[in-house]
Design a protein around this ligand. Structure first.
Ligand code: GTP
Ligand code: MG
Length: 314
């Protein structure tokens, strides 16, 4: 991408052009060379959105709940950008079909923007493109940016490096796995929701979770993690969830935790770039004549790979 094109697209995004936003997301996703020029231009306009991550087991009702949260936010006049992060999908822009269909009623609403992003390049790639896409939505002027990702393990890591408030959605059936999940997604939750509470055993799971949190699990300063019950399909309990999310943001602001979190996100952003730039430079250097001579020295055991790497750094 040329500097002129980067300037044009970023100016259009800042002026509220949805097509420029969509275009830039695709360029970020494809790691288009030069897209950083556009990102650098929009960066001063970021930092205003509340970045919310929603994660939990596949099929827990995250999209249904998100759909209802969009309605609640729209009632308050808030603009909402939604990013469905699908770590498994090699496709881009349209990976999660079900989400599109479920949230379709918002399609005609220009204050709501929904986009799926697939991922390339493993975890580092996910982290960087998720952060950069969130930046684009933030700069565009969305008050809330919601990142939905299905996760039980590594996959939700992408949102950890972006989201200021993380909601974990469980279902009554998760009861058996709660012990297992202690070490995993429960630790990252700021708000816990047990969805599908129209099903049996929901009270039991809620009680178990509350008991677990009371003994100090996942405690984050003075914030006590609420365990909420929802029936996303009917919208029951969604109002409370929305309030809890907003309260968490207020807590982050007043306790100074937001500043610490944002510093952590900045660190990730800078480290991601350093890693990418360094490995790019190294590849280029190794493709030159002297680079290949260096590799031959390693191959013929004249030089060990550690010294070779050090030489390259210098
Ligand atoms: N019984 C019941 N079903 C629900 C509820 N909320 C959602 N569902 C259903 O559960 C299924 C999965 O819902 P989704 O919202 O797609 O769940 P998800 O967590 O986004 O799923 P993935 O993105 O595939 O991980 C759908 O068939 C929903 O209609 C609920 O409160 N009660
Ligand atoms: Mg979903």
């Amino acid at each position: 991408m040329t500097p002129a094109r980067a300037k044009e697209l970023s100016d259009r995004l800042l002026a509220g052009d949805l097509r420029a936003l969509a275009r830039l997301i695709t360029l970020v996703e494809n790691h288009e060379p030069g897209v950083e020029l556009a990102l650098a231009r929009i960066f001063p306009h970021t930092g205003n959105a509340h970045l919310i991550g929603i994660t939990g087991p596949p099929g827990a009702g995250k999209s249904t709940l998100t759909d209802k949260l969009i309605q609640a936010a729209r009632k308050e006049g808030k603009k909402v950008g939604i990013l469905c992060v699908d770590p498994s999908s090699p496709f881009s822009g349209g990976a999660i079909l079900g989400d599109r269909i479920r949230m379709q009623e918002h399609a005609a609403d220009s204050k709501v923007f929904i986009r799926s992003i697939g991922t390339r390049g493993g975890h580092g790639g996910l982290s960087r493109s998720t952060q950069e896409t969130a930046m684009l939505l933030d700069a565009f002027g969305f008050d809330l940016v919601i990142l939905e990702t299905a996760g039980v393990g590594q996959t939700e890591l992408g949102i950890l490096e972006v989201a200021q408030t993380i909601m974990v959605v469980l279902v009554p059936e998760s009861g058996d796995d709660i012990q297992m999940m202690k070490a995993g997604i429960l630790e990252i939750a700021d708000v816990l929701t047990v969805n599908k509470c129209d099903r049996p055993a929901s009270d039991h799971v809620v009680k178990e979770l509350r008991a677990m949190l009371e003994i100090g699990m996942g405690a984050d300063g003075t914030w006590s993690i609420p365990v909420l019950k929802t029936i996303a399909e009917s919208g029951s309990g969604v109002g409370e969830v929305f309030i809890a999310i907003k309260e968490h943001y207020a807590f982050l602001q007043r306790s100074g935790t937001l500043q610490l979190k944002n510093r952590g996100f900045a660190r990730t952003a800078v480290m991601n770039i350093i890693r990418d730039v360094a490995s790019e430079r190294a590849s280029e250097a190794l493709a030159t004549k002297s680079g290949m001579a260096l590799l031959d020295d390693v191959a013929s055991r004249k030089l060990d790979p550690f010294k070779a790497a050090q030489k390259l750094f210098r």
